[in-house]
Design a protein. Structure first.
Lengths: 102, 177
């Protein structure tokens, strides 16, 4: 559970090395539980350890965004490498997802 | 000059093929993409080529598992386990790769429920399973990361996805010599 941390009103999610459908369920379920329990406003996705992501990762971010956007919450991505940024851009997600650079 | 012709000849004769059949469960998604990546390593692909292929294979295999056979949950620890009430579809996914000259052909097929409307399924952001946090970007990613994509499907019979990508075979020949 150390992958999920609530700091102030932000939920920080440390994504695994490979983000695919196999891992997506675990991430979504834990994230959603904390979103409700801890009254989270914003979600930060940390890609530091992520070396692979497919469209399942897009689904994870989109789903969380839908849950918090109606309360004015935002989604952020940090430590995304070039590959991840390319996938985020290609999906059009960068319109709502703010990619923060180091 | 003769050397040149030999290289051309070798290049045109190069052919390598592999096929794997595996259960339609989510832990095999990473297995499938790593297997294809390993299959092409001797060509010295660039990191970008490898990442493109892995993403495309992952998309196609995931589609077969969750849409073809509707096996939503996987096995193993860490929370992603199969709920007890869920029955696992015993279906198999077939992965076939052919390297010919400098083209990589990938064929991923299942005997699942098939796609009713392929054009609609290929629309970006269209998904039949938004409740599963699917983005609807699978086919769009396959199209973006591979050179060619063809989908064939018959409802109730199964789906076959064919993809091609041109590999930088020149570099491989140079390295061999």
């Amino acid at each position: 559970m150390e992958e999920f941390q609530v700091i102030d009103n932000c939920l920080m999610i440390k994504l695994p090395e490979e983000v695919d459908h196999h891992r997506a369920d675990y991430i979504c379920r834990n994230a959603d539980r904390l979103l409700i329990r801890d009254d989270v406003m914003h979600v930060v996705f940390d890609f530091e350890e992520t070396k692979f992501m497919d469209s399942s990762g897009i689904g994870i971010i989109m789903g969380r965004y839908r849950k918090i956007s109606c309360f004015g919450g935002r989604v952020y991505a940090i430590h995304a490498d070039e590959r991840i940024q390319k996938i985020l851009k290609l999906s059009g997600l960068t319109q709502v997802l703010e990619v923060l650079y180091d | 000059m003769t050397e040149c012709r030999n290289l051309e000849e070798r290049r045109s004769k190069m052919k390598n093929e592999m096929e794997i059949l595996f259960d339609a469960v989510s832990c095999n998604e990473s297995f499938a993409r790593v297997a294809v990546a390993a299959f092409v390593t001797h060509l010295n692909p660039t990191l970008e080529e490898l990442a493109d292929i892995k993403t495309a294979v992952s998309e196609a295999v995931t589609n077969a598992i969750i849409h073809g056979y509707e096996n939503y949950h996987g096995y193993s620890g860490r929370g992603e386990s199969q709920p007890a009430w869920c029955e696992v579809h015993p279906g198999k996914v077939r992965l076939h790769c052919l390297l010919k000259e400098d083209m990589l052909h990938i064929e991923i097929s299942d005997k699942g429920k098939g796609i009713d409307n392929i054009n609609l399924a290929m629309e970006p952001l269209y998904t039949t399973k938004p409740e599963l946090n699917r983005s609807g970007m699978g086919f769009a990613f396959m199209e973006a990361f591979m050179d060619e994509l063809a989908v064939e499907s018959t409802p109730g019979v199964g789906t076959t996805v064919r993809m091609c990508k041109k590999m930088n075979a020149g570099a491989w020949i140079k390295d061999e010599d």
